[in-house]
Design a protein around this ligand. Structure first.
Ligand code: FAD
Ligand code: SF4
Length: 506
């Protein structure tokens, strides 16, 4: 018996290269997985629909499949409960599973396997470009686990964007300084290339089974790919229409461009419909064919070959325990508008309502809008982690946790981020048009119309002086604070205290 988890829909896995009638593949929809955190409705629907499609794919190829649906009366609603029952039913001699990506499931299955009388075996998921322990081994002698070193090693190891001499194409590893522009409104955001799926009956079934969720189920029109074929056509559409501008507008924010030139491939990648190397190589081929500039392609490659593998390495190097980090001792509960988007801060309103509507927000919305505010306001990083894990279509703990707790909230004490990702309104105003038509004024620091990011920004650095002032990357901020007249400093601090007491009404 072989278990296929909901994020292991990898049809190229060597398991499936041969049909063996003695092997039964098991997929299951269980309350354990719908309920461990409150999920966005689209996330539940997209994963179940993709799992069902994958089961059909296996059956069509002659594999034996046991699919335990959510409303199956025999469903025990726990992965190991179902495995035990099915193992007895099929009189199995051996149970195999692929390495789970989440520590929680890895520990659960290992423990369960150890208690069984039959043989159990864990095999590679054959998806990632590194082993779980590679990053830790590579970084063990370094004080800071800088992503850039890891990324360069990955470019060499996988021979991506290298010239014949093994040097980086274009003479440099990183084209970040060419990227990061504000989007002027042209070229237009590409049409949404993703397929439309009607999941109404699945939604009725999930509701009928009592699954709790939040966000818009859009059950008649979900746009997440169901299978590899659809994922590949999304990849092609991205390469053709958005990749050429990916780098330029990677960091932009635009009220009229919720997707901008991002790939929207994270769901397909994380459930393993797409392989990271094929995505990276496809982007490289577009550059070699003259269809996308090097800076854009390098920027995109860095996200997948670099960041994605790097955060996974961080996760496995520090789990269990990483999830408990709270280096800045933040603990304010999330305001209710995290579940409604109902705030006068236009940047937050746009990013959260888009997330509730589509189960997606791009990186800068996650990092520099929502995450930025949460860090400045001192929100509880663990509550925030659960919110991010629930709301985004691509959220699986191995990638979400290091991004939220580490990169965004610096709760790991600076393991990932060399300085906190925070800004005042000036940055948000520079990177996009969110501040236009906002109730708040990005230029004002105190007073009823002052943008809350401003006072909270200075207050953050004052409050965390003992922890942060010796960070060389923050020397400028602390010099500015020192030069500030005492009365102004106090006014900012007083106003920030007031804001932190009034979070619900901002
Ligand atoms: P693009 O902008 O088109 O990027 C291409 C691909 O690069 C993505 O599909 C993704 O696979 C990869 N990538 C980009 N940035 C990162 C990163 N920082 N870490 C890992 N992979 C990256 N990504 C997730 O896949 N799941 C999450 O749960 C998740 N949570 C996040 C939480 C926070 C607080 C932050 C700041 C970032 C998070 N990210 C997460 C990273 C990133 O925001 C998303 O991968 C990206 O927005 C997905 O949209 P896209 O496919 O259009 O990405
Ligand atoms: Fe956000 Fe402040 Fe700009 Fe309003 S003024 S959109 S709250 S940064």
């Amino acid at each position: 018996m072989r278990l296929v988890l909901g994020d292991q829909l990898h049809c190229g896995h060597s398991w499936f290269s041969m049909v063996d009638p003695k092997v039964v593949y098991v997929l299951m929809e269980v309350r354990q997985e719908t309920d461990y955190v409150l999920h966005h409705a689209q996330k539940i629907l997209a994963i179940f629909a993709a799992m069902r499609d994958f089961a059909d794919y296996l059956r069509e190829r002659g594999h034996r499949v046991r699919y335990v649906a959510l409303d199956d009366p025999s469903n025990r609603h726990s992965i190991t409960g179902n495995l035990t029952a099915l193992a007895a039913h099929y009189c199995v001699r051996r149970v195999e599973w692929q390495q789970p990506d989440e520590w929680r499931l890895d520990a659960l299955l290992s423990k369960w396997g150890g208690d069984q009388s039959y043989a159990t075996e864990v095999v590679d998921s054959e998806h990632f470009l590194t082993q779980r322990s590679d990053l830790a081994e590579q970084m063990q002698c370094r004080k800071q686990w800088v992503m850039e070193y890891f990324y360069r090693g990955m470019r060499k190891r996988w021979k991506v964007l290298l010239d014949d001499a093994g040097e980086p194409e274009g003479g440099q590893w990183n084209f970040d300084h060419d990227n990061r522009k504000r989007w002027p409104g042209t070229p237009p955001e590409p049409q949404d290339w993703r397929p439309l799926h009607d999941h109404r009956s699945l939604w009725e079934m999930a509701k009928g089974a009592g699954v709790q969720s939040f966000g818009d189920p859009q059950a008649d029109a979900i746009r997440w790919p169901l299978n590899r074929k659809e994922a590949l056509s999304c990849l092609e559409a991205f390469i053709a229409t958005a990749l050429p501008y990916f780098g330029d507008y990677e960091d932009a924010l635009a009220a009229k461009g919720p997707r901008l030139f991002h790939s929207l491939l994270s769901f397909a990648l994380n459930v393993k419909m797409l392989n990271p190397l094929e995505v990276v190589q496809r982007a490289e081929a577009a550059w070699r064919a003259g269809r996308a500039p090097l800076a854009a392609v390098e920027g995109f490659v860095r996200q997948i070959l670099g960041w994605r593998e790097y955060v996974r390495g961080i996760y496995w190097a520090h789990m269990p325990g990483y999830e408990k980090n709270n280096a800045l001792s933040h603990g304010t509960p999330l305001p209710r508008w995290f579940w409604s988007g109902d705030t006068r801060m236009r940047c937050i309103h746009l990013a959260i309502s888009q997330s509730l509507r589509t189960a997606h927000a791009h990186h800068i919305q996650r990092l520099m809008v929502i995450g930025n505010f949460a860090l400045l306001a001192g929100l509880d990083p663990h509550a925030l982690h659960r919110w991010y894990l629930g709301i985004y279509i691509d959220a699986f703990e191995w990638v979400e946790l290091p991004n939220t707790l580490g990169m965004s909230q610096r709760a790991d004490g600076g393991l990932i981020a060399t300085k906190p990702y925070v800004s005042s309104a000036a940055y948000l105003q520079r990177m996009g048009d969110y501040c236009q038509h906002c109730f708040y004024d990005p230029k004002q620091k105190t007073g009823i119309r002052a943008c809350p990011f401003n006072a909270l920004y200075w207050d953050f650095f004052q409050r965390h002086f003992p922890t942060l002032h010796s960070n060389p990357r923050l020397a400028l901020v602390y010099r500015q604070l020192k030069r500030m007249p005492e009365t102004e400093r106090q006014a900012l601090q007083g106003y920030a205290n007031h804001l932190r007491e009034q979070l619900e009404t901002l």
